[in-house]
Design a protein around this ligand. Structure first.
Ligand code: ZN
Length: 163
């Protein structure tokens, strides 16, 4: 890539950034929405059921899509990462000190782990989700333990796939 192209690219990204200007009213509105979506108290109350987790996922996703303003990152049950752009990632190969908290900020989480890896979660069970193999519901307990997989567009308990 030539210097000229580099320069153009840089100014291009600058323009995009500058195009994203908010009015004072918008800033107040964004702040208000972000305060609740970034509140440990609010999130902690919402994640008691599968439906609640789905609601906060949608709200955080919609928020980032709309404003492109980064959110705070949180870790749920040491297993799921709520990303700054409103998506959810799976945490794996995690070396924990003690036992994971129900919900914690990414900063506190990182102070309690040696190392961890993260990857995109391909699907999170919706409310009233049933296992395609045994037809029992995928429960909150399954979610917390990560005892489910999503393959061929279906949710099943992990144990059916153990050989
Ligand atoms: Zn099952």
């Amino acid at each position: 890539m030539s210097n000229e192209e580099m320069r153009k690219m840089k100014s291009g990204s600058q323009e995009r950034k500058e195009a994203r200007q908010f009015t004072e009213e918008e800033i107040v509105q964004i702040q208000k929405e972000r305060d609740s979506l970034d509140s440990l108290y609010y999130l902690g109350r919402m994640i008691n059921c599968i439906e609640g987790v789905n609601i906060i996922l949608k709200k955080r996703y919609d928020f980032y899509e709309k404003y492109e303003v980064p959110l705070q990152e949180f870790v749920l049950w040491g297993k799921y990462l709520l990303t700054y752009r409103g998506t959810m990632q799976e945490i794996y190969q995690c070396k924990y000190f003690g036992s994971p908290a129900k919900i914690t900020t990414i900063k506190d989480f990182m102070m309690n782990v040696n190392s961890f890896r993260r990857r995109e979660l391909n699907a999170f069970p919706p409310r009233g989700c049933f296992c395609a193999k045994c037809h029992a519901p995928i429960t909150m307990d399954d979610v917390i333990k990560g005892n489910y997989i999503f393959v061929y567009n279906e949710f099943t308990h992990k144990e059916h796939n153990k050989k």
